[in-house]
Design a protein around this ligand. Sequence first.
Ligand code: BTN
Length: 226
Amino acid sequence: MSHPFSLVHIEECTSTNQSVREYPPFTALCAQSQTQGRGRRGNVWASPKGGGLYFSVFLPQKPSSFLPLLTGLAVVLALKKMGAQHLFLKWPNDIFLNEKKLGGILVEQEGQHSVVGVGLNFKTPILEKSDYPLANLSEAFAPNNLPDSHFLLNGILEALSAQLEKPFLPQEWEEHALWLGKIVQLSTENGVFEGRFLKINTDGAILLDGFPQAFFSGSLRCPSFV
Ligand code: BTN
């Protein structure tokens, strides 16, 4: 496997999204546990030892709007290449196994740099409150076929580097999209918009039938999915 990232493994840190900023660009920092793992929208990302794969990559470029989508696509392509099935991308940056959340991506900006954090569940977290049912990686693979974490990590980094070298192709992302063509509800700071999920554009923004604007952020749900 080949990729340009220098891989650093540590036992514990607050958040790999924070700690990776102390390393040179193109470092991928993977922690066995995080004491203050963070998710989108200020959520906590529970990160006990053995509970999941937690890593962040430090890139020498400002985040583009499609960077979270491109990363999700790399994760799904890598896992599928290793034999995982029933994986989907939920706009903008969640990894789903059927309609359960398997992992997520948190992109942050650090000056002229980007921090790309990926969390994937090895065990299904038990949370008091979760927006979705949750899944773990072993459910995506045939029994006893879950690759070890080094193989998973290197495969994902290889796929990420391949994605970073080419233009972002919305159609490629859409091939794995959850709820494409379905009536969805998008909750934004300007209200809730309901319409058919038509496509995403080259910026990674979502287009809903009946609305002229492309949406760059929001939380997506599908009313027909209970
Ligand atoms: C989400 O779905 O809310 C995004 C979750 C991102 C979690 C990963 S785990 C590695 C990296 N470090 C963090 O603190 N968060 C990301």
